[in-house]
Ligand binder design. Structure first.
Ligand SMILES: Nc1ncnc2c1ncn2[C@@H]1O[C@H](COP(=O)(O)OP(=O)(O)OP(=O)(O)O)[C@@H](O)[C@H]1O
Ligand SMILES: Cc1ncc(CO)c(N)n1
Length: 268
């Protein structure tokens, strides 16, 4: 049996809808063996973030080394990295193990507004990690912070994608979840040459906690299997659409998406 493996380097969400938990569930659903290096523990639920506890840099490095020196990874994803020190350490380890199928989800703030990345760490993300990335997956506010431009139109988004590509990342996906007008949720992919668009019906719901993590984890899982970036984004879009569509309706606030919905929709 050919076993594909993916490593997520991200924060823990006690509520189970985002972060490490969303990543591992998504890897599993897509039949990829999931491994993790936890950067920070968050006390979090559907109502918000009640606490953030970053781990010592050494603890993060050790986890990555444990995976890298034994199991190996076909693809790697980063999520919440919190500080410039953590970003630099993660970038060094990615280089050390020669991981080229790297998906960077530049997590900055949780849906309720809690900061998951220190402001001074944005530059470190641009300098150390993005040049190593195969794919970066910002939402619109994250793309604005990374490029320093405001994004209103699709044209703005295309310009932002070009600027992100100039930072050294091979493929840029700017997600459209935050683009509030319109009946559709449109994600844009730029490969340095052409733009592609992945469009789905926008679902009217407040249960979108962890959509970004889940989407990027699905891209990572498909890359681990050797798919092209375009194929991986296509599957990730179908995965997140199903996960939002088939609501779980749990928790008292912005609930998590349904990680098993894609399997039920397409394979059962
Ligand atoms: N209401 C919606 N209906 C359909 N698709 C959506 C909706 N909201 C988000 N998506 C899709 O979910 C994916 C994640 O996009 P989004 O922009 O919400 O990420 P995000 O803000 O990083 O998420 P989070 O910070 O909650 O993890 C994209 O593929 C986007 O198109
Ligand atoms: C741990 C963690 N990572 C990422 C996000 C973004 O959805 C979150 N809310 N929590």
């Amino acid at each position: 049996m050919n076993v594909y493996k993916a490593l997520t380097i991200a924060g823990s969400d006690s509520g189970g809808g985002a972060g490490i938990q969303a990543d591992l569930k998504t890897f599993q659903e897509l039949q990829v063996f999931g491994m993790s290096a936890i950067t920070a523990v968050t006390a979090q639920n559907t109502l918000g973030v009640q606490g953030v506890y970053p781990l010592p840099v050494e603890a993060i490095e050790k986890q990555i080394e444990s995976v890298g020196t034994d199991l190996g990874a076909d693809a790697v994803k980063t999520g919440m990295l919190f500080s410039a020190d953590i970003i630099q350490a993660v970038a060094n380890k990615v280089k050390q193990f020669g991981w080229s199928r790297l998906v960077v989800d530049p997590v900055m703030i949780a849906k309720g507004g809690a900061p998951l990345l220190q402001e001074e760490a944005v530059q470190a993300l641009k300098t150390y990690l993005l040049p190593l990335a195969m794919v970066v997956t910002p939402n619109i506010p994250e793309a604005e912070v990374l490029t320093g431009m405001t994004i209103h139109t699709l044209n703005d988004r295309r310009e932002a994608a070009k600027r992100l590509h100039d930072l050294g990342v091979q493929y840029v996906v700017i997600k459209g979840g935050h683009d509030d007008d319109g009946e559709e949720a449109v994600d844009l992919l730029y490969d340095g040459d052409e733009f592609s668009y992945f469009t789905s019906k926008r679902i009217e719901t407040k249960h979108t906690h962890g959509t970004g993590c889940t989407f990027a984890a699905a891209v990572t899982a498909e890359l681990a299997k050797g798919r092209t970036v375009k194929e991986a984004v296509e599957t990730a879009k179908a995965f997140i659409q199903a996960a939002i569509e088939e609501e779980l309706g749990i928790g008292h606030g912005h609930g998590p998406t349904n990680h098993w919905a894609y399997r039920r929709k397409f394979f059962e």
